[in-house]
Design a binder for this molecule. Structure first.
Ligand code: FES
Length: 145
C-alpha cells in the first residue's frame, strides 16, 4: 500500500483537521471542503475511539445541522441531530432513525490518519487507504501531541 504525503493529500483536495484526534467523546470540529463541486462544511465527530466525518447537510432540507455553532451530537440520546426539525442520525452510519427524513443518511466522508493527524477527503481526493467501513479508528498514538 502506497502512502500519500501531506502535500499530495492537499493537492488532491483533502482537508487537514487540526487537533481532531484530541476531541473528547461527543465533541466535533467543523471544516470546509469541496463536495459535489461545491464548497461545503463538514464535521468530524469523536464517538468513542472513532473519528467520523460527515458533510454538514441535513438530507431533509439540505441545510446545516447545527445553526453554525458546531453542536451536532446529543449524548443523552447518543445521536447526531438536526437543530432545524429534530431529525436524529446514528453516529456510526449517519442513518436517520427519527424525524422527517427517516431512512436517509448523512453523507459520510472518508478520513485518513497519518503521522500529521486527521485528513478528510473531499470527493476529488484519492485514498489508497480507503476503507469499506464507515468507521475509522483514531490512531493508537493520538496522545502524543
Ligand atoms: S432540515 Fe434537518 S430535520 Fe429538517
Amino acid at each position: 500500500m502506497t502512502d500519500l504525503g501531506s502535500r499530495d493529500r492537499e493537492s488532491s483536495g483533502a482537508v487537514f483537521v487540526a487537533k481532531a484526534e484530541e476531541l473528547a467523546h461527543g465533541q466535533s470540529l467543523v471544516f470546509e471542503l469541496m463536495v459535489d463541486d461545491l464548497r461545503q462544511t463538514g464535521f468530524v465527530l469523536r464517538h468513542g475511539d472513532r473519528l467520523l466525518a460527515y458533510v454538514n447537510r441535513c438530507p431533509h432540507w439540505n441545510v446545516d445541522l447545527d445553526f453554525g455553532d458546531g453542536r451536532m451530537y446529543d449524548e443523552r440520546i447518543d445521536r447526531i441531530y438536526c437543530r432545524n426539525h429534530g431529525a436524529t442520525f446514528v453516529p456510526q452510519t449517519g442513518l436517520c432513525d427519527f424525524g422527517p427524513c427517516v431512512g436517509s443518511r448523512l453523507q459520510l466522508l472518508d478520513v485518513v490518519v497519518d503521522r500529521d493527524g486527521l485528513w478528510v477527503l473531499g470527493d476529488t481526493a484519492q485514498s489508497p487507504e480507503r476503507q469499506a467501513s464507515p468507521e475509522h479508528e483514531a490512531p493508537p498514538d493520538s496522545s502524543r501531541r
